[in-house]
Design a protein around this ligand. Structure first.
Ligand SMILES: [Zn+2]
Length: 203
């Protein structure tokens, strides 16, 4: 199974991804910032949250962002589920996105980044692209704004996929600062499907 974590390139291009939303309170704020900055992102939404926030999914789509799935439950036990159960969760979340935006997502990020043989079986023939990441801020564990920023910039490489969370207030607060620092370092933020040269949705 191929997990797409970055691309090898010398061009200073990267993609931003946000996991674990949509969050009723924080995601709209983030969308406002991204709109002001004019930068694209990909949201790996949890199905059970997407179900309650379909209007946010619509807004993400209309604002030009991509939506991928991140399981329905995001359960701590996800990696212990059967292949059939995992596949059901992927389809369920993917259908929810379809109901909101009329497109069926092909981007899937496993909860907790766990890849195991059961998941591999669940994905077989599904058409999903498995998306990992190459740069993470650990914004769910250390919530000091400077720490989050330093971690990203210190390890930054061309072709990176950056993992953030739209459920963490500090992440929303640093986004403008981060975009500016990336720009100063000569980086361009591009859509994930362009970075990886793949389709984000079923045609
Ligand atoms: Zn997650």
């Amino acid at each position: 199974m191929k997990v797409l974590c970055n691309v090898l390139t010398e061009d200073k291009v990267i993609a931003l991804t946000f996991d674990d939303g949509p969050d009723q309170e924080l995601t709209p704020k983030l969308l406002d910032h991204l709109h002001d900055l004019g930068i694209p992102a990909t949201f790996f939404c949890i199905g059970r949250k997407a179900q309650k926030n379909k209007s946010l999914l619509k807004r993400m789509h209309l604002d030009g962002h991509l939506i991928g799935t991140h399981s329905y439950s995001h359960s701590n036990w996800f990696d212990l589920y059967s292949s059939a159960h995992m596949r059901r969760e992927m389809e369920q979340s993917s259908n929810l996105v379809f109901e909101a935006i009329g497109k069926k997502p092909l981007l899937f990020r496993p909860p907790y980044g766990v890849i195991n043989p059961i998941l591999r079986r669940a994905l077989r023939g599904s058409g999903f692209h498995v998306i990992g990441f190459s740069n993470r801020a650990w914004d769910t564990s250390s919530r000091k704004k400077e720490v989050i920023l330093t971690r990203i910039l210190k390890n930054l490489r061309p072709g990176d996929i950056i993992l953030l969370h739209d459920t963490i207030p500090e992440t929303i607060h640093i986004i403008k600062n981060m975009a500016e620092l990336l720009r100063q370092a000569g980086y361009q933020i591009v859509p994930l499907d362009k970075l990886l040269n793949i389709s984000a949705y079923e045609l």
